[in-house]
Write a protein that binds this ligand. Structure first.
Ligand code: ACO
Ligand code: ZN
Length: 161
């Protein structure tokens, strides 16, 4: 059995490790400035998972204002920009725990709903989000640089879980 993991807020000294995980797990990569700027603006929703003193997963979010995905209102929304867990640490609940913790952080920013984009082919992530109460609200053709479409998935914050 593997040792338990712990969750905590991102710290700037985690940057190299988070960049490494992002590049290992996803084709959407960002500059150091982008990571640090999101951390500076929204520290409560940039969370890392640590195992044996090493960061093995992260979630990074941004708070935005815009139309609700559930009605014609303007609301504050928590946007999950990126989440990833290193391959050898998957299927142990780490991403679910990261998402839950980030949504807890979003409450502190007065967020009414949470949303994200995901590749339509990314079954593991889509399953994760559905399990966490997200539903597909629309499809954006050619959202990604390689031409793949995205699902927008969203959930109200008042849900349990
Ligand atoms: N196949 C089917 N369902 C899956 C899979 C899979 N490979 N992985 C996760 N799930 C579903 C299952 O329902 C799972 O529950 P279960 O294990 O009890 O069946 C549930 O999601 C929760 O899984 P976790 O263990 O919490 O997820 P994990 O820590 O493995 O991380 C993640 C999931 C983040 C999608 C991981 O596979 C990953 O890093 N993938 C590459 C990066 C990526 O695609 N990130 C999301 C991009 S979209 C965005 O960032 C907004
Ligand atoms: Zn996005």
């Amino acid at each position: 059995m593997q040792a338990a993991y712990t969750l905590r807020r991102f710290r700037p000294e985690d940057l190299h490790r988070v960049v490494y995980i992002n590049r290992t797990c996803l084709p959407e990569n960002y500059s150091s400035f982008f990571f640090l700027d999101l951390h500076r603006r929204f520290p409560e929703t940039f969370i890392v998972a640590e195992r044996d003193g090493e960061v093995v997963g992260y979630i990074m979010c941004r708070i935005e204002t815009g139309f609700s995905n559930f009605g014609l209102r303007i609301v504050r929304k928590g946007h999950v920009i990126s989440i990833a867990v290193l391959p050898e640490h998957r299927r142990q609940g780490i991403a679910s725990a990261l998402l839950r913790e980030a949504m807890r952080g979003m409450q502190a920013y007065g967020v009414r709903e949470c949303f994200l984009e995901v590749r339509v082919s990314n079954t593991p992530a889509i399953r994760l989000y559905q399990k966490m109460g997200f539903q597909i609200v629309r499809t954006v053709p050619r959202y990604y640089a390689d031409g793949e479409a995205a699902y927008i998935m969203s959930r109200p914050m008042s849900l349990e879980g």
